[in-house]
Design a binder for this molecule. Structure first.
Ligand code: TYD
Length: 143
């Protein structure tokens, strides 16, 4: 049972998982079918050796992403400026949409944790909102 998502611009994505009879799992993501945009960039984060580090801590003006934890677990923090929630990410085929203007953090990484992210656009630092006060201003203006 997945915790209901109360924040705006988010949602779960459950990918098809094939438990291969030979060995292992096969998990599939197709653009515009499973992932609700054309994928222009994929990145992964691994070697998370400092379990007290906090990644993310930003929102994006326009970028949309879907984040998965394909090994281990971590805690995803979501904040749309009104509602905040914490999601335990520990299912390799269940991702969370990080929509526009959704402040997010990643923390409490287990050992061997690997994050995989699909993004709707190329890397562009000017799309980041890294300052929480600026985020609140942007939300106030646009919603
Ligand atoms: P950042 O997005 O802040 O990481 P996180 O959200 O996981 O904390 O990115 C960390 C650094 O990596 C930053 O200097 C920008 C760089 N980077 C790229 O060059 N290209 C990318 O696609 C991403 C995601 C980050």
């Amino acid at each position: 049972m997945l915790d209901p998502l109360s924040v705006k611009n988010s949602g779960y994505i459950t990918l098809k998982k094939v438990r291969d009879e030979r060995d292992g799992n096969l998990v599939i993501a197709e653009a515009m079918k499973d992932i609700p945009f054309e994928i222009k960039r994929v990145y992964f984060i691994n070697q998370l050796e400092n379990s007290v580090s906090i990644r993310g801590q930003h929102a994006h003006h326009e970028l949309e992403q879907v984040i998965f934890c394909i090994s281990g677990s971590f805690v995803l923090g979501l904040d749309d400026g009104v509602n905040k929630q914490r999601i335990i990410m520990n299912k390799d085929n269940v991702g969370v949409i990080l929509g526009k203007k959704l402040w997010h953090t990643m923390e409490e990484f287990s050992s061997g944790c690997v994050l995989l992210v699909f993004a709707s656009d190329y890397y562009n630092e000017s799309d980041y909102i890294r300052d929480y006060a600026e985020f609140q201003k942007v939300i106030g203006k646009n919603s």
